[in-house]
Design a protein around this ligand. Structure first.
Ligand SMILES: C[S@@+](CC[C@H](N)C(=O)[O-])C[C@H]1O[C@@H](n2cnc3c(N)ncnc32)[C@H](O)[C@@H]1O
Length: 354
């Protein structure tokens, strides 16, 4: 037996070796499955008042105590939950994010992505790589949005999981840009109006104009009304590929362009360019993918979207190009490290625009 070889193999397993890093990456999907399962069981919610013995947790979540113990022990090794004394688990700052009442809760997102029809699509990413087509449609026979639309039991979870995380990301981005002094903000593709409601609340005196598909308007009315800012807003049902409302000194295009082809993106931006004043600005809130090997949450999200649908994220240079085609100049990108940034654009002067 060659002990020398055995020892060198073991040395390869020290925590920052390439081998151990690859083993870590290899186990990533299984850690995700464990997190999805405990999110669905609501384990973190049960620990809000303090640590509990695993037998009690198992009883409260309808689980097998030994299996739950082994999963929580594995997760505690990753810093999610902590075994405060033998077989007694409590929350850590990571586990807090799985609480339903956490302001940035990921519980619904874990739960949603843990659904079998989502797993089935991710497993087939090879199909997407080979064909360039979304594996979701290949596996489930329809688009993600239609799949959910046909299943009322999924709609609540889908709305909560996508909606909440998306809203938080958009708000974090808009907070990096000072809107003081803006008189009229036009929200292009304003959806349920959550982001507009937040901005109008933060900047009293600002007027908000909104355009989205007419079927979205009643929901937005409800959200703006609940926030007490409906009086400051004008809601327009329309098609942003046809025209957008005039009169904004800021045009907010938040989480819209990644869902559109380059041609449609240029159409929306051109429609804005046509009605905006020379001193007004377009704020595109979207993930901006850094060039090169720089890690960024969006790189994973963009490849997720490749499997799930047809949206794609852009680099700053790609944004500059579609803006240029629409007669706009990219002047700044704010909040680059965030999942979504604010790309700021202004009209090219008539003479500059080639
Ligand atoms: C992901 S949402 C954008 C999120 C939104 N900005 C917010 O504040 O939460 C995209 C929105 O674009 C809207 N949309 C899609 N196509 C449209 C079109 N041709 N004209 C107007 N709105 C459209 C959708 O109805 C949806 O509400």
């Amino acid at each position: 037996m060659n002990h020398g070889t055995d020892v060198s193999y073991m040395k390869e397993l020290h925590s920052d070796s390439p081998l151990s890093t690859m083993i870590e990456l290899h186990s990533g999907v299984r850690i995700t499955y464990m997190l999805q399962a405990v999110a669905e069981l609501g384990v973190a919610d049960r620990l809000i008042d303090g640590p509990l013995p695993v037998d009690e947790l198992a009883e409260r979540t309808g689980s097998d105590a030994d299996a739950l113990y082994r999963v929580l022990r594995a997760l505690a090794g990753k810093g999610v939950f902590t075994e405060v004394s033998r077989r007694v688990f409590g929350l850590t700052s990571l586990a807090e994010v799985l609480r339903s009442d956490h302001p940035n809760s990921l519980r619904d997102a874990f739960h949603m992505h843990g659904q079998k029809f989502m797993h089935d699509a991710y497993v087939e990413i090879g199909h997407t790589i080979r064909t360039g087509q979304p594996a979701f449609e290949h596996v489930n026979g329809t688009t993600l949005f239609d799949y959910v639309a046909q299943r009322p039991e999924l709609q609540g979870l889908f709305g909560k999981s996508m909606g909440k995380a998306n809203r938080q990301i958009q708000l974090a981005a808009t907070e990096t840009y000072d809107l003081t002094g803006v008189k009229t903000l036009v929200a292009v593709g304003g959806a349920q109006g959550h982001v507009l409601a937040e901005i109008l609340t933060r900047y009293p005196g600002m007027r908000g104009v909104y355009i989205d598909n007419p079927r979205m308007v009643p929901a937005a009315e409800g959200v703006l009304s609940a926030a007490g800012v409906l009086e400051s807003a004008e809601l327009i049902g329309g098609d942003y590929l046809e025209a957008v409302p005039s009169g904004g000194d800021v045009y907010l295009v938040s989480h819209v362009l990644h869902q559109l082809s380059d041609a449609d993106t240029v159409t929306v931006l051109r429609n804005i360019r046509q009605v905006m004043a020379e001193n007004s600005r377009v704020l595109v809130v979207n993930a901006v993918i850094p060039e090169g090997d720089v890690p960024h949450p969006t790189k994973i999200l963009d490849s997720t979207m490749l499997v799930l649908g047809r949206s794609r994220d852009r680099t700053e240079a790609e944004f500059a190009e579609v803006l240029r085609e629409a007669g706009l100049r990219l002047v700044d990108t704010v909040g680059r490290a965030l999942p979504s940034s604010v790309v700021v654009a202004e009209p090219f002067g008539g003479a500059d625009h080639v």
